[in-house]
Design a protein around this ligand. Structure first.
Ligand code: CA
Length: 222
C-alpha cells in the first residue's frame, strides 16, 4: 500500500518536459497579412528592390530586397494616424502559462527616428482573429535603424477570456498625425516558438499546399 502511494506521488510530480514547436514564415508563397488594425494600406507581397516614402508623398528611400529568400511583405501607413498594426501571426489553442516566442525582421534605416517597427500582441479567441480580448503587451524597443533589424518578444500567455495570441507588427511614422502623409514599410522572416498543443497560423499565398509548413496544411482542414 505504501509502495502504491509513493508510486502515485512520483507519477503526479513527474510532469514531462513541455514539447515545443518552432515554425517560420518568410512570405515565399505570396502571402501578405492575416489582418490589420488602423490606417494600414497596401499590403502586398514583393520581391527585389523597393522604393518608398518615409512620411512624404515622394519616394525617398529604398529597400534592397528580402532579408531571407526572395519575397517579403510591404505595408504602408496612409494617412498617418495613431499606430497601425499588421497581424503577422496568430497562435491559437493556448493555455495560461504557455510561453510564446516570436521574432521578425523589419526594415529601418533611420536610427532613433521614424519610420520604425515594433513587435506587440493582443488576445483573441481561437475561432476568429478579429476578436479583440485585450492587449498582451510587447517589446518597447524599435527596429534599430541599421537596415534589416530583428524585433522579438516572449509572452507568457495570460489571455483571460481568450485562448489565442495575435502578433502585431506595429508601424511608427512621423509626423504621427497628418493627412495625407504616407510611409512605406517592409518586413520578412517571422519565427514562432510555441507549445506543441498550440496551432501557429501565418499568412498564406494562393497555393498553401505547396508551402512547406504544416500550419498551412492543418489550417485547410480546420
Ligand atoms: Ca522572405
Amino acid at each position: 500500500m505504501k509502495k502504491l502511494l509513493i508510486l502515485a506521488i512520483v507519477v503526479l510530480f513527474a510532469t514531462p518536459a513541455l514539447a515545443v514547436q518552432t515554425l517560420n514564415y518568410s512570405w515565399e508563397d505570396g502571402g501578405t497579412i492575416l489582418g490589420s488594425y488602423g490606417n494600414l494600406v497596401g499590403a502586398t507581397n514583393v520581391s527585389g528592390a523597393q522604393t518608398g516614402s518615409q512620411g512624404s508623398t515622394l519616394p525617398d528611400y529604398t529597400c534592397p530586397g528580402a532579408v531571407d529568400g526572395n519575397f517579403y511583405l510591404h505595408v504602408a501607413e496612409d494617412p498617418h494616424s495613431s499606430t497601425p498594426q499588421a497581424f503577422l501571426a496568430w497562435i491559437t489553442n493556448l493555455n495560461d502559462g504557455d510561453v510564446i516566442d516570436v521574432m521578425f525582421y523589419g526594415y529601418d534605416i533611420t536610427s532613433g527616428s521614424s519610420p520604425s517597427w515594433r513587435i506587440w500582441g493582443h488576445y483573441s479567441d481561437s475561432i476568429d482573429i478579429a476578436t479583440y480580448l485585450g492587449s498582451a503587451g510587447g517589446n518597447s524597443e524599435y527596429t534599430a535603424g541599421t537596415g534589416w533589424d530583428l524585433v522579438s518578444h516572449t509572452w507568457t500567455f495570460a489571455g483571460g477570456n481568450g485562448n489565442a495570441l495575435v502578433v502585431e507588427g506595429r508601424l511608427y511614422s512621423t509626423p504621427s498625425t497628418m493627412d495625407p502623409d504616407h510611409t512605406d514599410y517592409w518586413c520578412d522572416d517571422i519565427t514562432v516558438t510555441a507549445p506543441d498543443h498550440a496551432v501557429i497560423h501565418f499568412p498564406e499565398g494562393s497555393s498553401p499546399v505547396e508551402v512547406e509548413s504544416w500550419t498551412n496544411i492543418k489550417a485547410l482542414y480546420r
